[in-house]
Design a protein around this ligand. Structure first.
Ligand code: XIL
Length: 460
């Protein structure tokens, strides 16, 4: 933990040093927001589900730099840790907890008791109420006990309700009965008294029959002294469908005296996404994050995978995808800036490329009163540009009268070319080209001093 703080401090210093060496950019510093820092300033955490096997390279760098909480996507599920009775595999779970500790991150343990991804020996076993209760509480003692003191939150019971608010007929419900949830929470408290204990479910984000059943159960637990610290709202949402009662729902749980967290946020859309869908997704991520920020007992948000290359959505929802804040190449999408804005970030949502850009300006044709020019902009930096404005100033009185592959406006000698909808994104290393016809008055001196979203470009 201390090591990591040093590491992060060192990164900050070298980034500042680089800026100094490169000279301050003329427009603005093309600095990406850091979600974990913005969230901390709002008193919450920002987390992501991770896959233990992917915790290296760029994936690990983004997880470390942007998030201060991680959740193993699968590695702590019963079927992962004890596939056959009495033989354990902790490698994935250990890797995630070790990674978190090395990087100053909290861990959400997910999950102790769930009807799904259960080992067959549990799911298809023959049980009495007592025998399954013993197996369940032993499992909790073993797993929560193994990580005692190292887990911030445990999802003790996951998805116990049907949509109408009745109990899901899981093996635990059918063999043990209604009391299994309280039994599980008591066992978790005994195994790790410092972990915050959560009840987690989906489709409980707005006020509805299912979330009301959850509310009633939490209320009864509080009345009976069953140990519970919070509720998790998974928030596997569909584009444009953030429930209007989300904040009120968070508030009503807070008023019961429990914490609330968003545990598995993703917002899926039909693929391939359009610019309009990505803009809606930005608004949706912003709305969810804002609702949490607005309620003091909402302690944090976890996205269920931070990159579209590590998301369960395409496998589980036919025709849907693009549900996370980063694209498949680890480039931030508009959604990422929506989160940052909800966390109080006021920077430029379309920063220039970190590391610069290069412009090739070519006059292709020229006559007495006019000319045709082509402009190629290369993203020579390391971050994508999503939506761009290339600005320059005419040195010898030229003006633009007709452009293609960009919209060009001019005021005095200052020119701004804005992307078309189909060429808005410029990945690191790639180029975008547009052209225009201009008018001349005398010389046709080529412009220099181009800026891309405020970042200085070199001119070839
Ligand atoms: C998902 C994982 O992301 C997938 O990799 C796995 O194949 C299935 O489970 N609700 C939950 C999570 O509580 O554990 C689920 O995770 C997604 C739905």
């Amino acid at each position: 933990m201390k090591l990591q703080s040093l590491r992060r401090a060192a990164v900050g210093v070298s980034a500042a040093a680089l800026l100094l060496i490169g000279g301050a950019p003329s427009g603005h510093a093309a600095e990406a927001p850091v979600l974990r820092d913005l969230a901390a300033a709002k008193g919450i955490y920002y987390g992501t589900a991770v896959s233990a096997s992917k915790l290296n390279g760029t994936y690990a760098s983004v997880v470390t730099e942007q998030f201060d909480s991680i959740t193993p996507g699968n590695e702590m599920k019963w079927g992962s840790v004890e596939p056959t009775r009495g033989s354990y595999n902790w490698s994935g779970a250990d890797a995630v907890v070790d990674f978190a500790e090395a990087n100053d991150q909290k861990v959400r343990g997910h999950t102790l008791v769930w009807h799904s991804q259960l080992p067959s020996w549990v799911e298809n076993g023959t049980w009495t109420a007592d025998s399954l209760r013993t197996v369940m509480t032993d499992h909790i003692a073993t797993e929560a006990g193994r990580y005692k003191g190292r887990i911030d939150h445990w999802d003790v019971v996951n998805e116990p309700f049907n949509e109408d608010g009745t109990r899901r007929q899981s093996i635990f419900q059918t063999a043990i009965g209604d009391s299994y949830i309280a039994d599980a929470f008591r066992a978790a408290r005994a195994a790790d008294p410092d972990a915050k204990l959560y009840l987690n479910d989906y489709n409980v984000e707005g006020i509805n029959a299912k979330s009301t059943a959850m509310y009633d159960l939490v209320k009864s637990f509080k009345e009976q002294g069953v140990p519970i610290d919070g509720v998790g709202l998974q928030a596997h949402l569909i584009l444009g469908q953030v429930p209007s009662t989300l904040q009120a729902n968070i508030q009503r749980f807070a008023d019961l005296g429990v914490d609330v967290v968003i545990t598995e946020l993703d917002i899926r859309m039909t693929v391939p996404p359009t610019e309009a869908q990505l803009a809606q997704q930005k608004a949706d991520y912003k709305a969810v994050t804002s609702a949490c920020v607005a309620v003091a007992r909402c302690k944090g948000i976890t996205v269920w995978g931070f990159t579209d290359s590590d998301s369960w959505i395409p496998d589980f929802f036919d025709g849907y995808g693009a549900a996370t804040p980063y694209d498949e190449n680890y480039q931030p999408k508009p959604a990422y800036y929506g989160i940052a804005e909800a966390l109080g970030w006021t920077g430029d949502t379309t920063p220039g490329p970190t590391g610069g850009c290069a412009v090739t300006y070519t006059v292709q044709n020229q006559w007495d009163t006019g000319f045709t020019a082509q402009v190629t902009v290369k993203n020579s930096g390391t971050t994508a540009v999503n939506g761009w404005q290339l600005a320059w100033s005419w040195p010898s009185g030229q003006s633009v009268n007709q452009a293609w592959n960009a919209t060009v406006t001019q005021s005095g000698s200052a020119v701004t070319a804005t992307n078309a909808s189909y060429n808005a994104s410029v990945a690191p290393g790639s180029t975008v080209t547009f052209g225009f016809n201009g008018t001349l008055s005398g010389a046709n001196t080529a412009p220099t001093g181009f800026t891309l979203n405020g970042t200085d470009c070199t001119t070839a």
